[in-house]
Design a protein around this ligand. Structure first.
Ligand code: IPD
Ligand code: CA
Ligand code: CA
Ligand code: CA
Length: 283
């Protein structure tokens, strides 16, 4: 159920407009941010461009849908507890936009051209629209629930790799050095011996978009937030892939420890992570 009012833009059009306009602006600020700060960990960066991009997106969304709620990374205090609290409050809204203004801030800061804008719309807690825009490659990934996923209008489909040994898998280096990073390193270590090869691009949302596009066969990371995942999770699912938490529970906007894949290698991925004690979840 997508809200649509005659004479107004559809939410998908608004999401695409927000992501592409904001993405272009972010690109224009590459190497030209004015402020750089750290959040709760030394490797957790934020710039004035992250904040400006989130403000642009908020303004555009609220122009079209003034009664909708927006959960954006830069509007939430850092840390897992604050994120959980903000998400549980946001869940009360019927229509909830989940926004990561720059996914891959560390890359943006260093001029490593792998970052994106990620925008999702959830209805009663279920993601119904996902848009990811990579301004450096002008690549737009769009999915609507039940209608497939598209890259610039071309259908996105996951890879055909039937075994972990045939595919490349992305991993992430979460800045939380207490828990997420050591857990991810255990997973990485175990996967390195099983997958054909590993990649770590530094943008959770683009990793998910690449799983959807068949460029990666899987992606694993512990310690993410709703805004890193929401748009990409729908895009992967609509491309024929599977998204779960690290022990195999179906994706929900509250999932933080993530496995996404082409479906065929999913069980193998989960098994490797479980035997390496790298799920981040105690059962
Ligand atoms: C980060 C990126 C990174 C991942 C981190 C995320 P941000 O998001 O997605 O790849 O490893 O866990 O926090 O802070 O650049 O939006
Ligand atoms: Ca961040
Ligand atoms: Ca992010
Ligand atoms: Ca971000």
């Amino acid at each position: 159920k997508v809200p649509y009012v005659v004479g107004r833009k559809s939410p998908t059009a608004v999401a695409i407009n927000c992501a592409s306009k904001t993405g272009e602006w972010i690109k224009s600020r590459l190497g030209a941010y004015n402020e750089l700060n750290t959040k709760h960990a030394p490797g957790d960066l934020v710039t004035d461009v992250d904040k400006g991009a989130e403000m642009m997106i908020r303004k555009l969304i609220l122009t079209h849908f003034p009664d909708h709620t927006i959960l954006g990374e830069e509007g939430v205090a850092p840390g897992a507890a604050a994120s959980a609290e903000a998400l549980s409050e946001a869940r009360k809204s019927e229509y909830l936009w989940i926004v990561d203004p720059i996914d891959g801030t560390t890359n943006f800061v260093h001029g490593f051209p792998f970052f994106c804008v990620s925008i999702a719309l959830a209805y009663k807690g279920e993601v119904i629209i996902g848009v990811i825009y990579d301004p450096m490659r002008d690549e737009l990934f769009v999915a609507e629930k039940g209608k497939g996923a598209y890259i610039h209008g071309q259908r996105a489909l996951v890879s055909k790799d039937a075994a972990l040994a045939d595919g490349i898998v992305a991993v992430g280096f979460n800045p939380d050095r207490e828990f997420a990073l050591p857990t991810n390193m255990k997973g990485l270590n175990a996967l390195a011996g099983q997958a054909q090869s590993l990649r770590a691009g530094g943008s959770a949302a683009l990793h998910l978009a690449y799983v959807a596009a068949g460029r990666l066969s899987g992606y694993y990371e512990v310690g993410l937030n709703a805004w890193d995942i929401a748009a990409g999770a729908l895009i992967v699912a609509e491309s024929g892939g599977i998204v779960t938490d690290t022990v195999g529970n179906p994706y929900d906007i509250g999932v933080r420890h993530l496995v996404a894949s082409n479906g065929k290698i999913h069980k193998e991925l989960l098994d490797v992570l479980k035997s390496a004690d790298a799920t981040g979840i105690t059962q």
